[in-house]
Ligand binder design. Structure first.
Ligand code: ADP
Length: 453
């Protein structure tokens, strides 16, 4: 019994750095608030870790948007082309048809001109299938990579992420690259109205149903958020009246060192072996691409310290990616019998006792709790900024959300919501899951642009 007690204490010590005290949650909120201000101001922009990019989206939908639109969605493994019909509620509301096209790795990583030629081929195929020849519909392009925008229909790619490396694109206007590919094809026209980040698409698609929706959140492979800022605070864009949606690029929060005290040596290991060391440090604490890896690092150390699997060596755990984030969902939704947790470990070739399964579940819980709390602390900073901007004693705001981790993990969303409640008590924050925000949202951005033009 004494030995067990000593082991328990050792485990707690090992997990301690992954637990965020209430004070730490407040600190993260305050740090992001500071980075947001710095990112918005011209003279401090270069040092801020959150880029706070203007999107030229000046209004959320009011439900009166009508018409037929094309939408493109590029940002993951699949590329989609959509036809979005915005009708009155009586006439059936929003109706969409879409087609998925794969982007083979050799195209995502080859010459940029080839990538855009491929995209144009897909659009041509879609238009043919949908009988759209002869109609040039306004097009919204969801392009989920960081872009510097000077207008709604222009976006200079700052850097590729998520496995894309197509050459000759960084530093170029992506809409122009698309138009050049269309000209090479020499047989049809595109009317590109807007380039849209996926966070913005998510906010807009939820905004169609809820006028309070002024924040967009993604927690999937990566994490990012956008919100409606007062134009007078956006120094990169002239004008003092009205609002503009800001793509925060919050995945990079902490890349300037401001979060260093919160990184554990587990996080440092995950960062070191990642495709982009030193970059997207906040994202690496929160999103689906990394949570499983953090858990794996903790398990490796528990085995080394002979606190797990009775110290038997577990070579399988040395393999990067062997513990994907969906395992956290499975293990954390497991009942008292711990059958799923045991099965997951069994499949990895790890014979687990009940105590082992319990400990693995505890590690998963600690890692996803921290992720949810960090995400919540960041959202609290955003909600408080909006409330403060408007001089309100109380703010009601809706967050449109997308991403598999947020949607499928059994507790992540509760952790986020609870933390927002705790840290932004003067804001009533509602969460609305978006369905197909990238497609619908791109069309809505185009539609709102047409409405207010
Ligand atoms: P994207 O962000 O690229 O649009 P998704 O929103 O589908 O894509 O998120 C993909 C991420 O979701 C992957 O990193 C994967 O690890 C994670 N994931 C997949 N299934 C689950 C699950 N059941 N629970 C938690 N995370 C999951």
């Amino acid at each position: 019994a004494l030995r067990l007690e000593a082991q328990r204490r050792e485990v707690d010590q090992l997990l301690q750095p992954l637990r965020l005290a209430p004070r730490a949650r407040q600190q993260v909120q305050a740090l992001l608030q500071c980075e947001m201000e710095r990112g918005l101001r011209q003279e401090t922009h270069a040092q801020a870790s959150t880029r706070m990019l203007p999107t030229y989206v000046r209004a959320t939908p009011d439900g009166s948007e009508r018409g037929d639109f094309l939408a493109l969605d590029l940002g993951g493994t699949n590329f989609r082309v959509l036809l979005v019909k915005l009708r009155s509620r009586e006439a059936g509301g929003i109706c969409m048809v879409s087609e998925i096209y794969s982007i083979p790795p050799e195209v995502a990583q080859g010459p940029g001109s080839q990538l855009f030629d491929h995209i144009v081929e897909c659009i041509v195929d879609f238009q043919t299938k949908q009988g759209l020849w002869g109609r040039t519909l306004p097009l919204g392009f969801t392009f989920s990579f960081p872009c510097q925008q000077k207008s709604l229909d222009q976006g200079i790619l700052l850097n590729w992420t998520k496995g894309f490396t197509a050459s000759g694109c960084e530093g170029k206007d992506v809409v122009e690259l698309l138009r050049e590919a269309v000209r090479r094809k020499n047989q049809f026209d595109l009317d590109v109205v807007a380039i849209v980040n996926d966070t913005v698409g998510t906010m807009m698609s939820c905004g169609y149903d809820d006028p309070n929706c002024e924040v967009g959140l993604i927690v999937g492979t990566g994490t990012n958020a956008c919100y409606m800022e007062e134009l007078r605070n956006v120094e990169a864009v002239p004008g003092a009246e009205g609002r503009m949606c800001i793509n925060m690029e919050w995945g990079a929060f902490g890349d300037n060192g401001c979060l260093d005290e919160f990184f554990t040596h587990f996080d440092a290991q995950v960062d070191r072996v990642s495709l982009n060391p030193g970059k997207q440090r906040f994202e690496k604490l929160i999103s689906g691409m990394y949570l499983g890896e953090i858990v794996r690092m903790v398990l490796v150390e528990l085995v080394e310290k002979e606190l797990l699997f009775q110290g038997r060596p577990c070579p399988a755990l040395q393999t990067p990616g062997i513990f994907p984030t969906k395992f956290l969902s499975t293990i954390e939704s497991d009942g008292l019998a711990l059958r799923q947790a045991s099965a997951v470990l069994q499949n990895l070739g790890l014979a687990a006792s009940v105590e082992d399964a319990l400990l693995v579940r505890k590690v998963c819980q600690v890692v996803s709790l921290r992720a949810g709390q960090l995400c919540g602390a960041a959202l609290a900073a955003v909600a408080e900024k909006i409330r403060d901007n408007r001089g309100l004693a109380q703010l009601a705001v809706t967050v449109g959300v997308d991403g598999t981790l947020y949607k499928l993990h059994p507790h992540f969303s509760q952790h986020v919501q609870q933390t927002v409640k705790e840290l932004a008590p003067r804001c009533t924050v509602t969460f609305l899951q978006s369905e197909d925000g990238s497609g619908k949202g791109a069309a809505l951005v185009a539609a709102v642009a047409c409405r207010i033009a």
